[in-house]
Design a protein around this ligand. Structure first.
Ligand code: 3PG
Ligand code: 3PY
Length: 204
């Protein structure tokens, strides 16, 4: 059920956007994030290791592992075969939207304009990633878009930091934010756990 994405969006205030090159690190990164309170994990399909990362993170108790950067139905199929429990895309095309709905997997497509939202609503979707959140106009842009589409719920992602996340989370249309800041390149599991802890208490 595509609306089950709302359950994923409500697991924690922040969905870490993960770009992991080495699947040997997957397990300890996921464990650190879950220990810190972030349980919805978005593994982007931007590295050769990504599908193996999804498989390995799925072995971590409490982790709800999704795939990000899913841009077409071929990638959707690969992500689902790897065990992705939700699907995130930077945008929304008709072929991807239809394939995602047919799969029944919780689906969070990216939108940046009123037309994007209308295309999603035509498909019965009400939950969207606002991407790229800062570059597409930041909080004023999302507020303006959320006014006419008052039923829509958003996960802004792109250029959001620990410092700016609380302002986004204060918007009634925002259920969570996405960001890469909780897993900086080269960070140790301890550092990731601390960043996750701070992120999981935002907006509380
Ligand atoms: C991305 O595309 O990598 C995500 O939007 C995360 O962006 P960020 O690095 O700005 O958080
Ligand atoms: C994605 O990679 O899925 C995005 O939407 C950008 O973070």
């Amino acid at each position: 059920n595509p609306h089950e994405i709302e359950r994923v969006m409500r697991l924690a205030p922040v969905i870490p956007v993960l770009v992991i090159e080495d699947d040997g690190e997957a397990r300890e990164v996921a464990e650190a994030l879950v220990e810190g309170g972030l349980t919805a994990l978005e593994v982007t399909l931007r590295t050769d290791a990504a599908l193996n990362v999804i498989k390995r993170m799925n072995l971590v108790k409490g982790a709800v592992v999704g795939a990000g950067t899913v841009t077409n139905s071929r990638e959707l199929g690969a992500a689902l075969d790897a065990g992705a429990e939700f699907i995130v895309s930077p945008g929304l095309t008709q072929p991807l939207g239809e394939a995602a709905l047919k799969s029944g997997t919780p689906f969070l497509p990216g939108i940046a304009t009123a037309g994007d939202i209308m295309r999603g609503m035509d498909m019965g979707l009400e939950h969207f990633k606002f991407f790229p959140a800062m570059a597409a106009g930041g909080i004023p842009a999302l507020k303006a878009l959320a006014a006419p589409f008052y039923k829509a719920k958003f996960c802004p992602t792109g250029g959001i930091s620990a410092q700016t996340a609380p302002d986004w989370l204060a918007l009634p249309s925002v259920l969570c934010v996405g960001g890469s800041w909780v897993v900086p390149k080269g960070a140790s599991p301890e550092e990731i756990r601390e960043l996750a802890k701070a992120a999981s208490s935002l907006g509380a």
